[in-house]
Write a protein that binds this ligand. Structure first.
Ligand code: IMP
Ligand code: MG
Length: 333
């Protein structure tokens, strides 16, 4: 197995960041490469006592032996990226493609008002307006900025060459399947396709070079911003279940609902999933907290997982049991 794509199966915030950082250390890929929209994504990673909140850098940056890259389909906020590279000690091993789009002041301004802000509930990160400008062929690209020149490599060339040498490459999606511009709950979606195919297009990887597609589902569904959420709980119900969460980028309270099998089935289809990852099992079954062995799980947690495998017909291989990167049950043989 050489190339693994990890994408979100619901509305983002499934816990991809934690799963990707686990895989980045466990599988020791030579490259971890990010596709997806832009700095509208937020990943929270906990390593021991340290909590990292990343918006631009691939979540696999904790593996210091790996190169981290951002594919040409992604739009970058240079201030956010350069700060994360500095703060997270990732210089010399962080790279972008010359065709990455660049978010400027105008995009932030346009994203902080009007329909995008009020109707869609955008993150205000400038991602949508930058992608709109790209479609209009007026967006500036990374190659137009001297301050970024030392970060630029040919990302598609690097990853395809690593794969042809049988090195592991980990491909990191952002957002979630139902925030996809093509397949989500339009117009309440992000500004790109964020299914596995879209993520691969973002980084320049063709469909025949993908070995595994891991779709990450949280044990329940959350959604931040507006748009439909079937069987949405009231705030009080979500709080009493311990499901009340706040967004990494916006700090907004996330809306919540039970695990949704209809959405999950469709996400499996749209992403051609080969494996499922389930996160936050400990939030539903607190006695699972920190467990690393499937056999030790309580019966009710095992039947929750078995039911997902039966309904979706794909193996649940990686289970998150807590916020730290090694709070994981790994059932891959
Ligand atoms: P935009 O991507 O900032 O334009 O926001 C469009 C919609 O997608 C809003 O409902 C956002 O809350 C949502 N969204 C964008 N990125 C993420 C993410 O990474 N996690 C969760 N929701 C997101
Ligand atoms: Mg997030």
């Amino acid at each position: 197995m050489t190339s693994t794509v990890v994408v979100g199966g619901f509305f983002g915030d499934e816990g991809k960041g934690k799963i990707i950082s686990y895989l980045a250390i466990k599988d020791n890929p030579s490259i971890i490469v990010r596709g997806g929209a832009g700095p509208n994504a937020g990943h929270t990673i906990r390593d021991g006592d340290r909590v990292y909140k990343v918006r631009m850098l691939p979540s696999g940056f904790l593996n210091k032996n790996a190169k981290v890259m951002i594919g040409p389909g992604v739009v970058i906020n240079p201030d956010v990226l350069l700060k994360e590279i500095r703060d997270f000690d990732a210089s010399g091993r962080s790279f972008i493609d010359k065709h990455c789009g660049i978010i400027e002041e105008t995009h932030l301004t346009r994203d902080s008002k009007g329909d995008l802000k009020e109707k869609i509930g955008s993150t205000g990160s400038g991602t949508g307006p930058a992608n709109a400008d790209r479609a209009m062929r007026v967006l500036k690209l990374a190659k137009d900025f001297d301050s970024l020149s030392s970060l630029i490599v040919d990302v598609p060339e690097e990853i395809n060459s690593a794969i042809s040498k049988n090195e592991n490459v980990l491909i990191e999606g952002t957002q979630g399947t139902f925030l996809s511009l093509w397949h989500g709950t339009y117009p309440f979606v992000t500004s790109k396709d964020v299914t596995a195919s879209g993520i691969c297009a973002d980084i320049g990887l063709g469909p025949k070079n993908v070995d595994e597609v891991i779709v990450v589902f949280k044990s329940y569904v959350t959604r931040v911003g507006t748009g439909p959420l079937a069987n949405e709980l009231t705030l009080e119900q979500a709080q009493s279940k311990g499901w009340s969460e706040f967004g990494t980028v916006t700090g907004r309270q996330r809306r919540a609902a039970d695990f949704d099998f209809d959405l999950a089935r469709r996400a499996i289809m749209l992403n051609s999933a080969t494996q499922i990852s389930i996160t936050k099992l400990d939030v539903i079954f607190p006695s699972c907290a920190g467990m690393t062995s499937y056999d030790n799980l309580p019966e009710e947690a095992k039947s929750f997982i078995q039911n997902i495998e039966r309904e979706l017909n794909i193996p649940v291989t990686i289970i998150g049991t807590g916020p730290a990167i090694d709070d994981v049950i790994d059932r891959r043989s």
